[in-house]
Design a protein around this ligand. Structure first.
Ligand code: FES
Ligand SMILES: [Fe+2]
Length: 415
């Protein structure tokens, strides 16, 4: 198992704490054009090329545990049906009947042996094959074999279900790269889903996401909440090819966080003693520790609105006699985001309000905010720079030399 390298990270944490300037050789980051957060045409490019071609976290096996169980998933701009097939696989089907386009399934979730369209009754299998057509005698030459539901790439990582709309996309594991190896110790195949909630946020999806991609704001915005579990001066950001990133920051005082809960025994030292969180391109933030795995996702609606979706996963809590699973993100059973999340959401909405007033000086990012720059840099690569107006582009200044497994800070730390 390629574990998270604790020795190397301790060295890097000391380096980060002791440095008095940006590390030697780290590139200068040009300001980001604020139009990227408000421009309609750019939002369309994002939808087509980024959300249309990336692996997106779409569901959890607990939501569709048995063959025939289905769940609708419309968050990424297409009506999708996730369905557990007879052979134990999950298929992701377009919820659009091949006849005249009615939704094949209108319920949010359920269990069916056959999917029967509510408009004229065409029936499909869980694999999307067209099985039966009502009044078939009225059609001439209907080739049922060619009229199945459109299906999308769908893969699992443990209990997590990912979908990719691009039929040419590389496998999920290849796209996650080192991340899936580092996550092995968190046993995602054993983590149960405790909660999944959605909140409308009046901000561009990237503004809301970026609040989870740097710890620069933690001592100010979160002084009364997460600041106590993140030593931001010692934070180590790591960049991974594919636009992913990781933060590791020691906890100043040992966390009592969820400590009455069952632990994931295989979690190593970093997961136990540090705040560890990954950003997975494009829209997933994945914090991990030995008690709870609480991902957050950011789904664009319009250029100035998004959905923040929060998840809480944990090892089985009923084995501790607890009836109710953990909830990392909401208050009163999903009625509203909890305080930590509200602190970020309120700030994101306030930023969005004034975004149209931003000027051509752009948004200056620091070394601490490199994961944000790297996200934008990779977005442009995925969209294709030739499609983006020059003034909106983010120059690819972060090279492979600053992308894992390369780690120039190790040489600087031992100098
Ligand atoms: S639209 Fe589905 S059967 Fe007609
Ligand atoms: Fe925050």
């Amino acid at each position: 198992m390629a574990n998270i390298d604790a020795d190397e990270l301790h060295l890097l944490m000391s380096f980060e704490a002791s440095r008095t300037a940006v590390p030697d050789g780290f590139p200068e980051l040009p300001p980001i054009n604020s139009q990227r957060y408000i421009d309609d045409a750019f939002a369309l490019l994002e939808r087509e090329h980024i959300f249309g071609k990336s692996w997106l976290l779409a569901g959890h096996m607990d939501e569709i545990p048995e063959p025939g169980c289905f769940q609708r998933w419309d968050h990424a701009g297409k009506p999708v049906l996730l369905i557990h097939t007879e052979d134990g696989q999950i298929s992701a089907l377009l919820n659009r009947c091949s006849h005249r386009g009615a939704p094949v399934v209108q319920a949010q979730s359920g269990r069916r042996r056959l999917l029967t369209c509510s408009y004229h009754g065409w029936s499909y299998s869980a694999n999307g094959d067209l099985i039966a057509v009502s009044s078939e005698r009225d059609f001439r030459q209907l080739d049922k074999a060619c009229l199945g539901l459109k299906s999308f790439k769908c893969e699992r990582l443990g209990n997590l279900i990912f979908v990719n709309f691009d039929s040419e996309a590389p496998p999920l594991n290849a796209s996650l790269g080192a991340l899936s190896e580092q996550w092995a110790e968190f046993e995602l195949g054993n983590c149960r889903l405790s909660r999944r909630d959605r909140f409308l946020v009046k901000a561009n999806w990237k503004i809301a996401l970026e609040a989870n991609m740097e710890v620069y704001h933690v001592p100010t915005i979160h002084s009364k909440t997460v600041a106590s579990v993140i030593d931001s001066r010692r934070n180590v950001n790591t960049l991974y090819s594919g636009g992913h990133g990781r933060m590791v920051a020691p906890m100043p005082s040992p966390s009592t966080w969820q400590s009455s809960r069952r632990e994931i025994a295989s979690v190593g030292e970093i997961g136990r003693t540090c705040t560890l969180s990954y950003n997975v391109f494009p829209n997933l933030v994945m914090p991990l520790n030995q008690y709870v795995i609480p991902p957050i996702q950011f789904w664009p609606l319009t250029p100035d609105q998004c959905i923040v979706e929060t998840w809480t996963m944990a090892p089985d809590w009923t084995s501790d006699g607890a009836q109710v699973g953990p909830d990392m993100w909401t208050e009163e059973n999903g009625a509203r985001p909890n305080q930590i999340l509200r602190e970020d959401i309120e700030m994101s909405e306030a930023i969005q309000l004034a975004m149209s007033e931003a000027d051509d000086r752009g948004i200056p990012l620091s070394y601490q905010e490199a994961r944000i720059y790297f996200l934008h840099q990779h977005m442009d690569e995925v969209i294709g720079r030739e499609r983006i107006p020059t003034s909106l582009q983010v120059p690819p200044v972060i090279g492979e030399d600053w992308t894992s497994p390369n780690e120039p800070r190790l040489a600087l730390a031992t100098k």
